[in-house]
Design a protein around this ligand. Sequence first.
Ligand SMILES: NC(=O)c1ccc[n+]([C@@H]2O[C@H](COP(=O)([O-])OP(=O)(O)OC[C@H]3O[C@@H](n4cnc5c(N)ncnc54)[C@H](OP(=O)(O)O)[C@@H]3O)[C@@H](O)[C@H]2O)c1
Length: 304
Amino acid sequence: MSRTRILVTGASGQVGSAAVRFLAGLGEVVAPGRDRLDLADPTSIRTLMREVRPRWVVNAAAHTAVDKAESEPDLAFALNAEAPRVLGEEAREIGAGVIHFSTDYVFDGSGERPWVETDPTGPLNVYGRSKLAGEQALAATGVTHFIFRTSWVYGAAGKNFLLSILRMARERELLRIVADQHGAPTWSEDLARLAAHVITQVDKNGQGSLQPNDLCGVYHAGGSGETTWHGFASAAVDMLREHDAGVTLARVEPIATAEYPTPARRPANSRLNCTKLSQAFGFRMLDWQESLRQVMRQLYPSGN
Ligand SMILES: NC(=O)c1ccc[n+]([C@@H]2O[C@H](COP(=O)([O-])OP(=O)(O)OC[C@H]3O[C@@H](n4cnc5c(N)ncnc54)[C@H](OP(=O)(O)O)[C@@H]3O)[C@@H](O)[C@H]2O)c1
């Protein structure tokens, strides 16, 4: 019997690289590099999809440089909106399913309540607008799709806030970190575990074409609990201190967003309510502090 073929895009990224590892047990994972799949080029996507004919597409690629997106909106929309649409169209033609990642940046960041899936959207920046357009474009293709809006992704590898903080904590005396944006860090491996869980649950028999059903749609999937960027950085530096006893590390000082201007506006409220996800799939996202501890163990295996 042929094994389930799963196409992972963005395999060099945080979520994509974890997905390649977590999905390996479910079937044959195909993870093309940019030389084989350029998501900014619809022809490249269509050619690859027709060649690989996956049963599932896990789309972990995106234009994720939030500030840069302000000055290159065409590229951001090509990768974040047009590519999911083309992937969706091609997947629908062959009866495949698509798992796609989106962001809390589709919201305007107002209020203090964690966002639910049915809340009105209102992105503040180009990245958020392009990701929202991608959600809508993918859904409109009519493919079997699962869209996971997540937040503040980090892990032991890749380019992320945690790794920057750990490096700068050793180099500097003072870190001034924004303390008025609220949300939860999400471990890249937790999102990969989620993708594997959903594929396993939806695709019990692994045969025939996948048909859209009531479970398809948008889900919030951010780390459990909440903090601020300052809280996240402080917790990380505290854990580093346990490991690096005797080494002088930077003090972590809270500042307001207004003191750290960036090209793209960021939402103040990035909290995501993940109840729909746990009810539909019985999947609970890890508490951000627990994930942080696990990532720190990966980074510093000898620590406790
Ligand atoms: N990072 C966050 O804090 C965050 C927060 C909320 C939601 N998300 C969403 O979560 C998902 C995964 O994010 P991530 O942090 O894992 O991303 P990431 O680490 O920035 O990786 C992005 C991936 O996309 C690939 N890519 C970019 N342009 C491409 C192109 N033209 N053709 C093919 N591949 C291309 C990159 O390949 P190269 O290595 O070749 O550049 C890389 O593998 C994305 O949908 C993102 O929008 C992320």
